[in-house]
Design a protein around this ligand. Structure first.
Ligand code: HEC
Ligand code: HEC
Length: 147
């Protein structure tokens, strides 16, 4: 297989040697590498997960998570175009009393957060041990806490 690859290299002259390089962890990736990883790995897998929850996400892409950041090219997160979440545990519990919000939140907590953390190879925030970092706030903005 390798010899065929080398032969192909000579023919198409388009080999950057990337096939042989070590995979780079998300935290060490350049912006360009992150872009590519989002496009080739994260989006196809998350689109499948989202569409299984709600068919409206069939064929979802960058703007579903990045909102305006997908248009201006910054891809900054969290995104102001995803519904913001209440910023205190008390306010969140009240918000999640709504059955539909509760259903979404449970799915986000049990499925979206762990899968996304795994894809990015970062530890998900675990509320029982208060360890890890990846959580709701990596995608959703949190409402400011009233004094
Ligand atoms: C399921 C949600 C989701 C989708 C879909 C998604 N992204 Fe992301 N993306 C994220 C999250 C979350 C982060 C931030 C990760 C972190 O906290 O480090 C991110 C980060 C990035 C970054 C790095 C930004 C930086 O400042 O380093 C780039 C670039 C990016 N995404 C591009 C894309 C592109 C291009 C697409 C579509 C092909 C896409 N993303 C689709 C959730 C998503
Ligand atoms: C990888 C990014 C990502 C993470 C992490 C994430 N969410 Fe979401 N969430 C989204 C996106 C994208 C939507 C909006 C989809 C749409 O366009 O309808 C959403 C929608 C929701 C909604 C529905 C809001 C509404 O008004 O329709 C709730 C509730 C929610 N998320 C709660 C949570 C909670 C709670 C967590 C953490 C346990 C969490 N989310 C983590 C991306 C994320």
């Amino acid at each position: 297989m390798k010899r065929i690859s080398i032969a192909l290299c000579l023919v198409v002259a388009a080999c950057g040697g990337e096939d042989d390089s070590e995979p780079v962890a998300w935290k060490d990736m350049s912006f360009e590498q992150r872009y590519e990883f989002m496009e080739e790995v994260v989006t196809p897998q998350m689109a499948e997960t989202f569409a299984a929850f709600d068919p409206k996400f069939e064929g979802m892409s960058c703007p579903t998570c990045h909102g305006a950041g997908a248009t201006d090219g910054s891809y900054a997160m969290p995104s102001a175009q995803i519904p913001p979440l209440p910023g205190t545990p008390e306010a969140f519990l009240e918000y999640a009393m709504d059955p539909e919000i509760g259903r979404w939140s449970t799915w986000m907590y049990e499925t979206v957060v762990p899968q996304m953390a795994d894809l990015l190879q970062v530890a998900r925030f675990d509320p029982t041990t208060e360890t890890g970092e990846f959580s709701c706030g990596n995608c959703h903005t949190l409402q400011a806490v009233e004094p």
